[in-house]
Design a binder for this molecule. Structure first.
Ligand code: OOG
Ligand code: NI
Length: 464
């Protein structure tokens, strides 16, 4: 009998090999992973089981997200096939072209497992961005034509890789030898290429955006960063400084505060100069350097419902406004104050106010006095019939992503607001890649309502 490797093992192996490869290419990433592990061990020691409330330590320790950037719908469709082989589906739509702080000419989605059991096995996800050459705010007609011709002429993924991917997706697994080949080809597709970079072309695109140059200025793709998960990101931020690694100015996302951790907090170190071979205008080659790739780390919290998320977005605006009117007060202090004022300080209230997602489970300590269970989730928890477990946020935040993109933007780039942007949305990406782009809220909602249905059944079928 031939041993076969199923999708989740392929996903775990791919994440692990990609991580090893990236650590070789960008040694500071290895430092980040090591420090994350130390912080996680310390938190686990200090907090015990509480540290695992948002994911087992096994999951958190192995957890990574990657970021990649491609140039065309065709390339995006190929990426979708490769991640499809690993049981990862496109979830969410992010438009970074409108970000106030740093407009980037890309639209993005994230490929990730969607079922709770799959996430627990290995939650590897990849934030995947696609260049928008047809957006006139960034590219004029001439540059657009040159860029599209350049992109049409390159091949990021060899046909053998795509054929193996299609097979793994269709069959849900690969025989061992084919799996090995698939993983080799997939990892090497994301290695930094040694092929010379046309310096003049790269610089032409760089004037629009460093991200445009990183995508459309070279004939291959590469992993842009890999991100481990940490249980105390403030502590990690302090320790990285002590390792002499320069981090961006702040931690993106929610502030540190006394209430529950929600959504996602992220920070990164600045892109490092890496030696790259450049082809000069006279045809000669020279070794130069480019700053594109960086390391990032994140802490994950509770997934917010649509109304929780609306509140979060409103609070961001409120914090911006308050911080602008109090230039002497650190933004993080302003944020903490605004949060304490507007957001419930406990998980229980977050759930009761319908702001966060939870799964509900029959409590072993439920009343056994013949009384009947109450009718709402909140009362079931309050009266000890059920326990609520937070659902962890598995996705990204557009404003944080825009901040993270900054890690390799030195110049402001150029964007001509005199034009209307080209419309783009989840449906259009879905059509490009020939698959549904899932709505993250629907996925969390479904998890929550499935747990409630199960609980109702258990309560209904038991004699009290
Ligand atoms: C992606 C930036 C966004 C995140 O974690 O929000 C991102 C990129 O730099 O390609 O990775
Ligand atoms: Ni990232």
């Amino acid at each position: 009998m031939v041993a076969t490797i199923g999708q989740w093992r392929l996903r775990a192996a791919f994440a692990q090999r990609l991580s090893r490869m990236y650590g070789r290419e960008v040694p500071a990433y290895t430092t980040l992973v090591d420090v994350s592990r130390e912080v996680n061990e310390d938190v686990l020691r200090a907090q015990g089981a509480d540290a695992e409330r948002l994911g087992s330590i096994g999951r958190v320790g192995a957890e990574r997200h990657g970021a990649i950037r491609v140039g065309t719908p065709r390339e995006m469709q190929q990426v979708a096939r490769i991640f499809g082989a690993l049981g990862m589906r496109p979830v969410g739509f992010y438009d970074l072209r409108d970000a106030a702080s740093s407009a980037v000419p890309v639209v993005s989605t994230a490929f990730r497992p969607v079922e709770a059991a799959e996430l627990e096995r290995n939650p590897f996800r990849v934030f995947t961005s696609m260049l928008t050459p047809a957006d006139p705010r960034f590219f004029d007609a001439d540059l657009r034509a040159r860029l599209e011709a350049f992109l049409a002429d390159r091949e990021l993924f060899p046909p053998e890789l795509l054929a193996l991917a299609d097979r793994a997706e269709a069959e849900g697994e690969l025989p061992e030898e084919a799996a090995e080949r698939f993983l080799d080809l997939a990892v090497s597709a994301f290695e930094l290429s040694q092929e010379p970079v046309d310096k003049a072309w790269y610089e032409t695109l760089e004037r629009v955006s460093a991200v445009a140059a990183d995508i459309g200025g070279v004939r291959s793709t590469h992993i842009n960063h890999l991100t481990p998960r940490v249980l105390d990101i403030d502590e990690l931020y302090r320790r990285m400084g002590a390792h002499g690694i320069e981090m961006i100015d702040s931690i993106q996302g929610p502030p540190r505060w006394h209430g529950p951790d929600v959504l996602l907090r992220q920070t990164s170190f600045r892109a490092l100069a890496e030696p790259r071979t450049l082809r000069l205008a006279d045809g000669t080659v020279a070794v130069g350097s480019l700053r594109v790739r960086f390391g990032e780390v994140e802490a994950r919290g509770i997934a917010l419902t649509r109304s929780g998320r609306e509140l979060y977005d409103r609070l961001l605006t409120l914090v911006d406004r308050e911080a602008a009117s109090r230039p002497d007060e650190p933004r993080s202090d302003v944020a903490r104050r605004v949060w304490a004022e507007h957001l419930p300080g406990t998980e229980r209230d977050l759930a009761a106010q319908g702001l966060g997602y939870f799964t509900y489970h029959l409590s072993p300590a439920r009343p056994r006095d013949g009384s009947r269970p109450p009718g709402t989730a909140d009362e079931l928890v309050r009266q000890g019939w059920a326990t609520a477990r937070p659902i962890v946020y598995e996705d990204f935040l557009p404003r944080s992503a825009a901040g993270i993109f900054q890690s390799n933007l030195s110049g402001a780039g150029s964007k001509d607001e005199g034009h209307d942007g080209m419309a783009y949305d989840a449906q259009r990406i879905a059509a490009d890649i020939d698959r549904d782009v899932l709505d993250p809220f629907d996925l969390y909602e479904q998890q929550q309502s499935e747990s409630l249905a199960r609980l109702a059944q258990e309560l209904g079928s038991t004699q009290w």
